[in-house]
Design a protein around this ligand. Sequence first.
Ligand code: FES
Length: 224
Amino acid sequence: MGPLVLRVENALLKKHLRRQASRLGLEFGEFRDEKLESPKMYVTELEQPELLKELTDWKEKWPECYVAISVSEPDKELWIAAETAGADLVANRGALPRLIHERLKLLLDGKALVKKKVLQKAKPVINKGEGLIGRLPDSSEDPIAVFKWKESVCAVRDICPHAGFSLADGEFDSDSGVVTCPEHGSRFHVCTGERIRGPADYPLKKYRAFQDGEEILVEIEQTE
Ligand code: FES
């Protein structure tokens, strides 16, 4: 099994997580970027600086790694932002060690923790240039908008993190690749999901997307 990685400052949480692993004969290693090789699990805290941005990069590098995050404050927006950035599990500090124990048992039984991905077809939008080219209004995840920008096909969650309006209806700037939310003007890059301007506080979840002839395909998690 690949490494289990811990990046937790809270001493009590660290102790409990280590204990849960050792009950199963497993051990967490500490976070050391340069030494990591196909990690199986990464457990960290939402309080770590720059975590949300790093998480997106981590998931891109190791999509099969199960990422669990502890939160100490019951902040719903932050919670959603962590899931959007790619966390597989977000739980409060007290509940996390027990949940990790269950997941580690599944790993030992050879079960996959990270959901499999499937390709789903987007509904094309009539557009000969850059900007919105497709939508998945009823994907099994959330609504998704697909954009074309500088030969790239980019897909993002079509829900503005500020108040939930559709970004597919927003104005697209083909110079910068930025879409403006039609309701209160938050701006996001359609290929990175990066939040360029508020009032939204968080970035958009992004998805892998492809164009195959006339078809626009988006990679989403398989449902049971
Ligand atoms: S809903 Fe998008 S900026 Fe308010």
